[in-house]
Design a protein around this ligand. Structure first.
Ligand code: HEC
Length: 219
């Protein structure tokens, strides 16, 4: 009697296990066929075609992307902009013309040039503004040079005892031989404020585009 019960129990367990195996087998073959290299069970990559959250690791925005926002501005190297102003006679109000980096004819005034001397963090990351050192107070300004105003720039450097005129930093209109050019474009390892890469690499958006004389008029 006990043996019979045991047989029934074993029989039922066996039938159950075989049933489970067959069931799993049917599902497997149904999903994957007879292949073992089937990857249908892998988790799906977590992407959606529509970005929902913008990741915080987007590449740093470059100056170039401003081009879209300011299509009517000229794109020029900072040194070249100052140079064009110097070569045109360094006027405080009159406009001067220059060709920008994209070969377009442009016009600007001293107002476009001045921010290059007054803005910090411009020539390189973390740079001081020129006027934070070369301030109106000649007693403390290095090289007795006041970059904070048009008059100060024209008056030049090394103005001992507040003399009205010092050394011309604009090279008499010859940009490439001027002190200003040298102290902006060349790195002076031993001069504080000039030891970083104050460089010709700085590109700015400044001035206004002149109408293109060669352009075909739109009908
Ligand atoms: C951290 C302070 C500092 C900053 C910022 C600075 N300079 Fe100077 N600059 C100096 C010092 C120091 C000298 C050398 C003074 C000397 O030789 O007696 C100098 C010299 C110069 C000279 C040469 C003057 C001469 O007669 O020899 C010019 C031109 C000049 N700087 C322009 C600039 C301009 C333009 C900027 C901004 C792009 C600037 N400096 C930013 C400290 C600074």
């Amino acid at each position: 009697m006990n043996d019979d019960v045991r047989k029934y129990i074993y029989g039922a367990v066996t039938v159950f296990l075989v049933g489970v195996l067959v069931w799993v087998g049917i599902i497997f073959v149904n999903a994957c066929g007879l292949s073992l290299a089937c990857n249908r069970g892998n988790t799906l990559p977590e992407t959606t075609p529509i970005p929902t959250l913008i990741p915080a690791t987007l590449p740093v925005m470059t100056m170039e992307s401003n081009a879209v926002a300011t299509p009517d501005k000229c794109h020029v190297a900072g040194v070249d902009l100052i140079g064009a102003w110097v070569e045109a006679g360094a006027s405080d109000t009159e406009a001067f013309q220059f060709e920008d980096a994209d070969g377009r004819q442009c016009e600007a005034t001293f107002a476009d040039v001045q921010p290059l001397f007054t803005q910090a963090n411009l020539w390189y990351a973390g740079s001081l503004s020129c006027i934070s050192c070369h301030s109106v107070d000649l007693a403390v300004s290095p090289a007795q040079l006041d970059m904070s105003s048009y008059e100060g720039i024209l008056a030049g450097s090394r103005r001992a005892d507040d003399a009205p005129k010092g050394t011309d930093i604009l090279g008499g209109g010859n940009w490439s031989s001027s002190l200003l050019y040298q102290f902006i474009a060349e790195t002076k390892a031993d001069v504080p404020g000039h030891d970083g890469a104050l460089s010709s690499a700085l590109m700015v958006y400044a001035g206004t585009l002149l109408p293109d004389v060669n352009a075909t008029p739109t009908p």
